[in-house]
Design a protein around this ligand. Sequence first.
Ligand SMILES: Nc1nc2c(c(=O)[nH]1)N[C@H]1C(S)=C(S)[C@@H](COP(=O)(O)OP(=O)(O)OC[C@H]3O[C@@H](n4cnc5c(=O)[nH]c(N)nc54)[C@H](O)[C@@H]3O)O[C@H]1N2
Ligand SMILES: Nc1nc2c(c(=O)[nH]1)N[C@H]1C(S)=C(S)[C@@H](COP(=O)(O)OP(=O)(O)OC[C@H]3O[C@@H](n4cnc5c(=O)[nH]c(N)nc54)[C@H](O)[C@@H]3O)O[C@H]1N2
Ligand SMILES: [Mo]
Length: 699
Amino acid sequence: MCGVTLRLEGDRVLEVRGDPEDPLSQGHVCPKVLGLKAVHEDPDRLRTPQKRIGDRWESIGWDQAFEEVSARLREVRARHGRKAVAVYQGNPTVHNIGSMLFGQLFVRALRTPHKYSATSLDQLPHMLASLEMFGHQLLLPVPDVDRSDHLLMLGANPLVSNGSLMSGGDIGGRLKALQARGGRLIVVDPRRTETAAIADTHVFVRPGADALLLAALVREVIAAGPRLGRLAAFTDGLDALRAAVDDFTPERVAGATGVPSETLRALARGLLEAERPVVYGRMGVCTQRFGGLAAWLVNALNLVLGRVDAEGGAMFTTPALDAVSAAARLGQAGHFARRRSRVRGLPEFGGELPAATLAEEIDTPGEGQIRALVTSAGNPVLSAPNGRRLDAALPGLELMISIDIYRNETTRHAHYILPPTFGIEHEHYDAAFHLLAVRNTAKYAPAAVARGPDARHDWEIFVELASRLDASPLGRVKGRAQRAALLRMGPGPILDLGLRVGPYGRARDGRPGLTLARLAAAPHGVDLGPLQPVLPGRLFTPEGRIRLAPAVFLADLPRLRECLDEAPAELVLIGRRDLRTNNSWMHNDRRFVKGKPRCTLLMHPDDAAARGLESGGRARLRSRVGSVEVPVELDEALMPGVVSLPHGWGHHREGMALAVASAHAGVSINDVIDERDVDALSGTAALNGQPVEVTRAEA
Ligand SMILES: Nc1nc2c(c(=O)[nH]1)N[C@H]1C(S)=C(S)[C@@H](COP(=O)(O)OP(=O)(O)OC[C@H]3O[C@@H](n4cnc5c(=O)[nH]c(N)nc54)[C@H](O)[C@@H]3O)O[C@H]1N2
Ligand SMILES: Nc1nc2c(c(=O)[nH]1)N[C@H]1C(S)=C(S)[C@@H](COP(=O)(O)OP(=O)(O)OC[C@H]3O[C@@H](n4cnc5c(=O)[nH]c(N)nc54)[C@H](O)[C@@H]3O)O[C@H]1N2
Ligand SMILES: [Mo]
C-alpha cells in the first residue's frame, strides 16, 4: 500500500524508493520494501514448475504440470470423493489482485468443505464481530487516526507492522501527528513495544485478558451514561449489553488482567473526557483465547462512546472497488458455525475451517479425511499452530500441490510446485487494503518489468486448474474456449467494471467517473478524501440496524467469567514481528538477516534469573506439543511472567531451497504453540498467551 518508485535498467531494478506523490503513503516506505527487489532477484526463487520424484526435483513444462496436476487431483477425487481434497490459502493472496479475483474460481471448482486460510490465524475474530454487529464480515472499522485525539490501542504494534486493518503508510508519523495536535496515544500490551515506547501511556496487560479489561471499560462508560448519539437511532441491544458486562467491575477484573482498578478507571475516564477518542485492537487481542469476545468489545466500546462512523473514531472506508457491496450482492456477506469440522467440531467461518485443525484433519483416519492438499501463497508449517504436527502429516498425503515462489518448509512436501510471477512482474491494485485504509485512495500499477519467458501469473494458474477440473460450479471455466477467453481477459476488465459500478464510478462534482483507464493515467494514485460517515446506509443486518449485543458473544461470556478466578500460568508466550521482513518468507536475503540474531526469546531479567538464564544464554522453551532451543535476550520491556518469540522462523529443515534463510534458520514459535488452544468461540488459533516452560538448555 506504500507507493513506490522504481529505477529500472531494462528489467533490472536499480532502486526502490517511496513515492512522495502517493496520496496515502506520501513517500513513506517501511523496511520491507527492500523485499520487492530482493525477492524479485532471488536466485532461489522458482521460475519453472517443479515435480518431485522421491526426494529429487525436476523442472517440467507448464503444459505437463497442468495436465498432471489436474489428472492427479481428479484421481484422488474419484478414489475418495471431493471432500478428500483440501486447500489452504496464505496471506499474500490478499496482496495479489489476480489471486483475489480468480482464486475463488479454482477453490469453487474443488467443491470441497476443506477450505483453510491464514484468516483463522489472524483477523477472523474482527470479521466475526463485523458480521454479527454490522451484518457483513468485510465491513471492518478502521481507526481514523488522522482526526482522532485519543487512541486506545490494544495488541498492535504499528511501528513495526506498519498498521494492520489500519493501512496508511507511515502510521508512526500519523501517531506522532496525533500527539502533536495535543492528542494522546495509550497502548495496552504485555510488552513495552516500539509503539508503546512513543505512547503517552503504556499499560501492561496479562496476555489473553483483554476481553476482561474491555468489558470493564464498556461497563464504566455505560455507567457514566452511554453516548450513542446519532447511532442510537439505528442501534439495538444497549440494555442487553449493560446487563452482560455489569459484573465486570474494575475491581473484579484487576487481578486477572494484571491492571490495577485505578488504571482501568483512568483508561475509561480518558475515553470519556476526550473529544474524539477511538479504540483499536489487533493481532494481540484477536489471536488469543477470548479473541471473539475482545473483538466484539472493541466495537461495543466504540459504539457506547458514540465513536463508530464518526470523524476521528472507528470509521468505514468508501473504497473505489467496493468488495463489501459486491460480496453482499453475491450473497457472501458471511456466515458462521453453519457446520463444524470433522475431528474437533470447530466452527466454519465464511465456508472456511480453522487452520488450527488442518493437521488433525490430515492425520486422523476416517470418512472425510484429507488425502490431497493444495497450498497457495501459504506456509502453514511455519504459520499454523503445532507446525511440527503438520510437517509430519504432509508426507502422508497422496497428493500435495503448492502454488508458491519458493521451495520452503511447507512446499518441500509437495509433489508439484507451480511458481507464479512475483510483485512487480504483475499488475497491482490493492483490492483488500484500500478497504482497510485510514483514507480513501485508489491506485493502479501495471507490471513494471516483463515477466520471465514462459512465466505464469497466479491467476493464470488458477484459471488453468479450474478449467481442467470437471464441473466448475459457475459452469463458466469448463472447456477450452472459456479458458482461453478468461486467460485473454485477466483481472483488468473485472477491475474496470468494479470501479465503474463503485462509489466513484459516476461523474460527480465535475470529476469524471473512475475507470481503470483513468486510474492508470494517474500513476501516483488518486486521493478520494478522508473517511466519510456511511451509516446506517451501509449496514447489512436484515433489519438494517447495529447489533450491540449479538447472542453468540453473550453466550461466550460465562467462559470469560470462569477465568476471573483462575490462577495465572507462571509463564506465558506471546509473539512479535520482525521489522525488516514479512512473516516467514523474506529471510532469504543477507540484508534482512544480517547483524545479531533476530529470532531470540525476550525475557524479563527476573524471570531469567529465576531460571538461571543469562543474556545470550540458551533456553529450552517447552509446551505440551514440543520444545525448541533458542538464545535468550533479557528485556525489561516485557511484563514479568511473559516471554516473546517472533514467528516465521525455523528454516533448518531438509529439502528446502532457501540458502540464506537456512543459514539463519532460527526456530519456529509454532513448534511450541498448541493447536488445541483456540478461541473456543471462533476457532481462531490462540497464538498469544499460551503457558510455556523455560529452562536452561543442556550444554
Ligand atoms: N505464532 C504465530 N503464528 C502466526 C502469526 C503470529 O503472529 N504468531 N501470525 C499469523 C498471521 S497474521 C498470518 S497472516 C499468517 C501467515 O501465514 P501464511 O500465509 O501461511 O504464511 P506466510 O509466511 O505469509 O507465507 C506466505 C507464502 O506465500 C509465498 N508467496 C509470497 N508471495 C507470493 C505470491 O505472490 N504468490 C504466491 N503464490 N505465493 C507467494 C511465500 O513464498 C510463502 O510460502 O501467519 C500466522 N501465524
Ligand atoms: N515488519 C512486518 N510487518 C508486518 C508483518 C511482519 O511479519 N513484519 N506482518 C503483517 C501481517 S500478516 C499482519 S496480520 C500485521 C499485524 O500487525 P499488528 O497486529 O500491528 O502486529 P503484531 O506485532 O502482531 O502486534 C501484536 C501485538 O500484540 C501484543 N500482544 C500479544 N498478546 C497480547 C494480548 O494478549 N493482549 C494484548 N493487548 N496484546 C498482546 C504483542 O506484544 C504485539 O505487540 O502486520 C503486518 N505487517
Ligand atoms: Mo496477518
